[in-house]
Ligand binder design. Structure first.
Ligand code: ADP
Ligand code: ADP
Ligand code: MG
Length: 583
């Protein structure tokens, strides 16, 4: 079985000579394998295409993919975005009383699958349109049959949290308490607002919320509806580890008798929250296949290993491996820079930083709650901010990626941006290729997805000549594959070039896999931030997790860190012994 995908954003018929048609051997024999469509872009017939692959190579804009798929998928299309468009196969199956996770690369159809189940997109079964009768017939004999029958007749009540919370202020005007009152069908708002520490934001205008506040408000608004099925398209963006754990815990508790489907890229949180997972594999923007449900532990381990057993599919060449003791290749424990103590004050907030040092060639992870001063601290180090007290002048070149990325308009495409950076051959080999930036070359900067923009910003930061690199929340909006590529690239980069890195992040897997040492922030969010110092991984994580009241163990087989259920025997035992984190 074969599908043909035309990436419409890449295809530029006005700038080419229809090489796809000109060189197609089938067209040369007179077959209408590729014809020009109404919008002057090519239409490829999947019935007539022989799969020779010539059009793929001839297209100057790499807009065509022809993909051979296993026969079993034939007739299994759930939805297709138009002719030669993205195809989704299969769907996750929501279960009453269970949290079902959906795990997979960006662009493989997770949001599409969730929107279909939430009734926001009517699946067309791969053809132009399908009636509800067709859809119900297709799923005859599966749990989805009665689901769609009830969805079609309007008997199902669903509640949905969209992926992008940034769009919420466009649709809802007013203050937070108004929004929450309008969805509070279960009378749970005040309890959840307490649990999510949102009391201080209740009277704020929706437009003035920080990303983290907006995310939590959106999750509360979704949870307090009285529905049978709840769909949450990502829950951790903009949240710190404490808030992530909180949100997962409340979802488990307050929706325990409902059916919940969650899309999530933070594996530690997904692991804690989901009863089952469906993995979605495929190729971004081309196709996605939803697997049958797997137990969460098994599903995550298979995902990390890169091989799906029941499906007999390899999704990655190499496994993602955790080690209990991260090896330090450049174990050069010499101090590279020292900075003196300083203070930075804003109205109502003070950051107190004790003197500290950064070692040669180390990756220093930076952890702490939101609004505790991490970004302020790195901006002072980077020379972007003057401290209120003390002086910081490191006398070295620093390259810095801020948390919030601004798109400047002077460079239109990703390619133009990197041309302007004067990059070397080794940048191409060590940064651009492993991060797959070259594939984005022709894309306009303003059309990049959140994840793509993040990767571009990190790459641009690494392509500057410097001896210290500071990355503020590089894993935000990235899927697991992108995070893995980022981790590898950063580690290799630091080792090969002997430069030091400071990396602020909230993803425990990312921090665990990347860091040689840990810088820990404490204090009171929004009021006082204290840099507690730099520690070895175990001491640092202990320090940090103790404040959060969360313990981690390591999985026996994969060695990945796993969050202990709060109050479980393991959790109590580890807390008693003061071992919050295993290394
Ligand atoms: P994910 O949530 O896994 O990132 P999505 O479901 O958002 O994936 O998108 C899967 C693919 O479908 C993407 O390549 C996207 O470009 C495409 N797509 C999404 N929505 C539409 C749409 N309304 N029209 C055409 N293509 C779409
Ligand atoms: P983190 O990076 O740990 O989330 P930040 O350093 O961004 O924390 O912010 C710490 C505190 O300082 C927050 O309460 C934030 O609202 C406040 N803050 C940050 N920048 C400014 C500013 N330019 N003016 C006033 N307050 C600020
Ligand atoms: Mg920050």
């Amino acid at each position: 079985m074969r599908i043909a995908i035309l990436k419409r954003d890449r295809c530029q018929p006005r700038k080419c000579e229809y090489e796809c048609i000109k060189y197609c051997p089938m067209v040369r024999t007179g077959a209408e394998t590729i014809v020009i469509g109404d919008d002057s872009k090519p239409v490829i017939s999947e019935e007539l295409c022989e799969g020779c692959g010539i059009c793929i190579k001839k297209c100057p804009f790499s807009a065509i993919s022809i993909i051979g798929l296993p026969e079993e998928l034939k007739g299994g299309e759930t939805h297709r975005y138009g002719e030669n468009g993205f195809v989704l196969y299969g769907l996750p199956i929501p279960k009453r009383g269970k949290v079902v996770g959906l795990l997979g690369e960006n662009g493989t159809g997770k949001s599409t699958a969730v929107k279909i189940l939430a009734g926001l997109v009517v699946p067309n079964l791969g053809a132009g349109t399908a009636s509800w009768d067709d859809i119900i017939k297709r799923y005859a004999g599966s749990e989805l049959q009665s689901y769609f029958a009830q969805l079609a007749s309007g008997e199902l009540k669903v509640s949905y949290k969209p992926q992008s919370v940034n769009a919420i202020p466009d649709h809802f005007k007013g203050e937070v308490h108004n929004l929450l009152a309008s969805t509070d069908e279960r009378g749970l708002v005040s309890e959840l607002v307490d649990a999510f520490e949102l009391n201080g934001a209740m009277d704020s205008d929706i437009r003035d919320l920080s990303g983290g506040e907006l995310q939590r408000v959106a999750i509360v608004a979704c949870m307090v509806r009285d529905a049978d099925f709840y769909f949450l398209d990502e829950i951790t963006p903009f949240l710190d580890i404490y808030q992530r754990v909180r949100v997962a815990k409340q979802i488990k508790e307050f929706l325990s008798d409902r059916a919940v489907v969650v899309v999530e890229h933070d594996l530690a949180i997904l692991d804690m929250l989901a009863d089952y997972v469906h993995i979605i594999y495929g190729k971004p923007a081309e196709y996605g296949v939803v697997t049958m449900p797997k137990s969460t532990n098994r599903g995550i381990n298979e995902y990390l290993n890169g091989f799906l057993h029941a499906e007999n599919v390899r999704i990655r060449e190499k496994p993602i491996e955790f080690t209990a003791h991260p090896p330090r290749v450049s174990a050069d424990k010499r101090v590279f820079i020292e900075y003196g103590s300083f203070e930075k004050r804003y109205d109502g907030f003070v950051l107190e930083a004790k003197a500290g040092d950064i070692e040669y060639g180390e990756v220093l992870g930076v952890v702490g709650r939101n609004a505790i001063g991490k970004s302020t601290f790195v901006k002072v180090l980077a020379g972007e901010l003057e401290p209120t007290q003390g002086r910081v002048d490191l006398g070295i070149t620093i390259s810095y990626k801020p948390q919030y990325i601004e798109v400047k308009t002077e460079h239109k495409t990703v390619g133009e941006l990197f041309q302007s950076l004067d990059i070397s051959e080794s940048d191409v080999i060590e940064v651009l290729r492993p991060l797959r930036i070259t594939e984005l070359g022709m894309k306009s900067l303003k059309d990049l997805s959140g994840g793509e923009l993040q990767v571009v910003a990190v790459a641009a930061c690494l392509c500057q000549e410097a001896s210290l690199y500071i990355l503020d929340e590089p894993s935000a909006h990235l899927d697991v594959e992108q995070k893995v590529r980022l981790i590898k690239t950063i580690r290799r980069y630091a080792e090969r070039r002997g430069v030091s890195m400071l990396i602020v992040d909230h993803d425990i897997y990312m921090i665990d896999l990347l860091s040689d040492r840990l810088m820990v922030f404490g204090g009171e969010p929004g009021a006082r931030g204290v840099v507690k110092g730099c520690f070895d991984m175990q001491t640092g994580m202990n320090f940090f997790l103790k404040e959060l009241g969360v313990t981690f163990r390591r999985d026996d087989i994969s060695l990945r860190p796993r969050i202990n259920k709060i109050g479980s025997a393991k959790d109590r035992e580890q807390k008693q012994e003061g071992r919050y984190y295993y290394t």
